[in-house]
Design a binder for this molecule. Structure first.
Ligand code: SF4
Ligand code: SF4
Length: 422
């Protein structure tokens, strides 16, 4: 085993093997196998660090972990499962390199704005000109793996933001100014769901915040980090920290559960005594999910929405950022809404970054379980708070043949409708 990689061995001893985390783990729920549980994975990392097992024998269990961190929330002894998992992922990535395509996408595509724009515009044109539906009708999509076909079938119509819309801009508050906030747009979010970013900024203005958009921000690095690529993640983190610290914002706001979790965990990328660690801490303290700020303010809801609503929380919003109550509070405040909770609401939907593409079958098992619970409350609308969960829920609704009956929206879209922002 490479000595340059340190497994989080000491952290594994905090696990007292009680098993409280097991019922919260989606992969344990679908497989019933100990090695696909948090406790099992912690034991594997311990054995790996003691060089009692090979990397090969632990790799599939680690790779099939969704990284949802529900086990951390459930654990009575505060086991740092995220740190343990991350250390194992970094080791596996070092010893068992990923495919060239994955490397190309993760290392070159995500952090590169030109690539993102080119890919987004290409897709936008293909959708608008009907090339995508033509390819579907001609059966061309069948040459792609099932996972890609499934994702293509639920991809939203892309509407890339115009260049001037993502230039440096200061958007004034409506009414009395409370705080100044910088807005973090994300990369996939701004390509696939740019309208949600636009609506987010309008809602913040409506709630009394001065919103500033800065161009130099980049990808948060979450997908790279989940793939064990620490060096590349650090480079992106440094760029974001440096560009946002040029401004004196009270908060840095995002509407993306997964990216937000990465931003608040930036300090963990750096040595505790380094200058970058303290800069990352200052940055992370200012990062908040949009629901936290909006729940504190009084949004002017002018439209009733007489619908049954279920909310699927983003794991990284709930278990990493610990934002639990605010989205519920906001949804319940909307006039007319019949808000219903459901069994195992806090369990992952199986999206988990690119897990649903890389481990399609396992992700669909988790998703199908989730849908059986959601359907019992017969929602008209499923609300999410992360683009990955949003697409996964759309796929779940489609798999159940309910696209006509159930709509999937981001919480910002629901709030914007209730405030009549269009
Ligand atoms: S992170 Fe999620 S999938 Fe992984 S062990 Fe914990 S609960 Fe299970
Ligand atoms: S991770 Fe926590 S909850 Fe799970 S078995 Fe270990 S101590 Fe118990």
């Amino acid at each position: 085993m490479s000595k340059s990689y340190r497994l989080a061995y000491e952290e594994t001893f905090a696990c007292v093997q009680c098993g409280y985390c097991l019922p919260k783990c989606p992969t344990y729920e679908t497989t019933g196998v100990e090695t696909q549980s948090p406790r099992g994975r912690i034991n594997l990392v311990k054995l790996l660090a003691e060089e009692k097992i090979s990397i090969d024998s632990a790799a599939s269990s680690i790779e099939l972990c969704l990284g949802c961190r529900a086990c951390e929330t459930a654990c009575p002894t505060n086991v740092q499962y995220g740190t343990i998992l991350q250390s194992a992922k970094e080791l596996i990535t070092k010893e068992m390199p990923s495919s060239k395509m994955e490397l190309l996408l993760l290392e070159k595509g995500l952090p590169n704005k030109k690539w993102q724009k080119a890919a987004g515009r290409g897709l936008e044109i293909a959708q608008k000109t009907g090339m995508v539906s033509l390819a579907r009708k001609a059966g061309i999509m069948r040459v792609f793996p099932e996972s890609i076909q499934a994702m293509e079938s639920i991809a939203p119509m892309i509407k890339m933001p115009k260049k001037k819309e993502r230039k440096y801009r200061v958007l004034p508050p409506i009414g009395k100014k409370t705080y100044t906030v910088g807005f973090f747009v994300g990369c996939i979010m701004d390509m696939m769901f740019s309208k949600i970013n636009d609506d987010s900024m309008k809602l913040l203005q409506l709630a009394g915040y001065e919103v500033t958009l800065i161009e130099e921000q980049t990808c948060c690095g979450a997908l790279l980090h989940h793939s064990g690529k620490k060096r590349e993640t650090i480079a992106l983190a440094k760029k974001n920290i440096a560009v946002f610290e040029k401004y004196d914002f009270d908060f840095i706001i995002n509407s993306i559960g997964g990216c937000g979790a990465m931003l608040v965990e930036y300090p963990e990328l750096f040595d505790e005594h380094s200058e970058w660690h303290s800069r990352a801490e200052k940055f992370a303290l200012r990062c908040k999910d949009i629901s936290v700020l909006l729940a504190e303010s009084s949004l002017p809801f002018t439209k009733e929405i007489r619908k049954v609503v279920a909310y699927q929380p983003s794991c990284h919003l709930r278990h990493v950022q610990k934002v639990i109550d605010e989205p519920h509070q906001l949804i319940k405040k909307i006039p007319g809404i019949d808000y219903r909770t459901f069994e195992k609401q806090d369990m992952c939907c199986g999206s988990a970054g690119i897990y649903n593409v890389v481990h399609y079958n396992e992700a669909m098992e988790v998703l199908d379980q989730k849908m059986t619970h959601i359907e019992k409350v017969e929602p008209d609308i499923i609300v999410t708070s992360n683009p990955g969960c949003h697409l996964q829920m759309k796929l779940g609704v489609e798999r159940e043949g309910k696209t006509e009956k159930i709509k999937v929206v981001h919480i910002v879209e629901l709030l914007a409708e209730a405030c009549e922002i269009y």
